[in-house]
Ligand binder design. Structure first.
Ligand code: V47
Length: 372
């Protein structure tokens, strides 16, 4: 098929994409510098359809954020609060278990559990929380704790990352979400998340998790002070780790939401950049199966179009979201399964419900079966 390519720098990249050849870091920068959004989408769609045909995966999940108390004071974040802040909250174990069962009528297949770096909650507390969830919801997959939370729990318990992960796995962690990666560049991290582990540490926690057999996701926060080169460097580092471990399931580009953060002066991202991020991620991350459009962050409208720009995954029903809504997100907190289906079908894609490990799910009104 012929496509009109306006940006001539993309021609050799299109040849590589057609021949399934890995793109270089220089190619990545050229892609980010290009305004030829239709050519970017066309190329990303070639890769997307090569990997997934017409399927768009989606899941029925519930987010759980047990606390927003956080010892870090990251400029990028509107969610974390000091323990003394009257607006801060920490749920008791009973509240976590109770709330986990609230807000959904269609059986959820996944709890996505992340929170602040709480100075007092112990590893044992989190293990009890996980055991209680498994006892009450044995069929629900627990995707819990970012690399940042794991490093913090390890440091507080004076255990290695490996020992900490083993304890969490024994208690019920089934996989890890992809948050907290931000942008790996030291220069950027010094400004937006000075108190977090650095990029190499994030990658090392992920490597250890993968070596223990845990799958994880990965993310990049974009649309703040990062350069195009910073974005490419981040994607290449993820790609290199994936070459070693194969443990990443999906990549989620996360648009920076500035409201109520210390970086409030930065404008919000545009639909143009959101789609470009989806497309370039699909093109650069040739060894990561899925590119997820997180509608909470990019709106259902853009997440739907993303299904034609390189994404093959629409996350999810969510139910209750705090991190983005504290940072000014105007999207709703939840989408019903039927609404996800409508968005996907209208984009001409074939919806396929999945569990967290991308196994197809079939369901009746009140129960689901994972097809293995
Ligand atoms: O870790 C924090 C980012 C992440 C802001 O793994 C912010 O399936 C934008 O990781 N503006 C949480 N971003 C979300 C996340 C995620 C979401 C959906 C699916 C998965 C998955 C993971 O959001 C944080 C941080 O990187 N974040 N504050 C903000 N103001």
């Amino acid at each position: 098929m012929q496509i009109h390519i306006e940006d001539q720098r993309l021609r050799p990249i299109l040849e590589k994409v057609r021949a399934d050849v890995r793109l270089s870091a220089e190619d990545g920068v050229a892609l980010f510098q290009s305004s030829d959004i239709l050519a970017l989408g066309y190329m990303a769609n070639i890769v997307r359809e090569r990997k997934h045909g017409s399927i768009t995966w989606f899941n029925v999940n519930r987010h759980i954020n047990p606390t927003d108390v956080c010892v870090a004071n990251c400029k990028l974040c509107a969610f974390g609060k000091r323990a003394k802040d009257p607006k801060a909250y920490t749920w008791s174990l009973d509240e976590v278990w109770h709330r986990a069962g609230e807000g959904w009528s269609e059986a959820v297949t996944e709890f996505h559990i992340v929170g602040g770096l709480h100075p007092e909650l112990t590893l044992d507390w989190y293990c009890e929380m996980l055991r209680g969830l498994k006892e009450r919801f044995p069929e629900v997959h627990l995707k819990a704790f970012t690399m940042v939370e794991i490093a913090y729990l390890a440091q507080r318990s004076k255990l290695s990352i490996r020992e900490t992960l083993i304890k969490l796995m024994d208690a019920g962690v089934d996989s890890l979400p992809g948050g907290g990666a931000e942008v790996f560049s030291d220069r950027v991290r010094r400004i937006i998340c000075d108190h977090k582990i650095d990029g190499n540490q994030w990658l090392e926690v992920a490597r250890t998790a993968h070596q223990l057999g845990l799958k994880s996701n990965c993310t990049m926060l974009y649309g703040h002070i990062e350069t195009e080169e910073d974005r490419v460097d981040h994607l290449v580092k993820l790609r290199e780790l994936q070459d070693d471990t194969g443990g990443f399931q999906t990549f989620i580009p996360l648009a920076f939401h500035p409201a109520n953060t210390a970086l409030e002066h930065i404008p919000t991202t545009t639909g143009f950049l959101d789609l470009k991020m989806i497309a370039v991620s699909r093109l650069m991350l040739d060894n990561i199966s899925h590119i997820k459009a997180y509608w909470i962050m990019m709106t259902p409208r853009i997440a739907q179009i993303a299904q034609r720009f390189g994404s093959d995954d629409l996350d999810g029903t969510v139910v209750e979201e705090k991190i983005y809504h504290d940072a000014g997100a105007t999207t709703s907190q939840s989408l019903r399964r039927s609404e996800l289906l409508r968005l996907i079908r209208e984009a001409g894609r074939e919806p396929m419900e999945r569990d967290t490990l991308y196994r197809p799910v079939t369901r009746t009104e009140t129960a689901f079966t994972v097809l293995v």
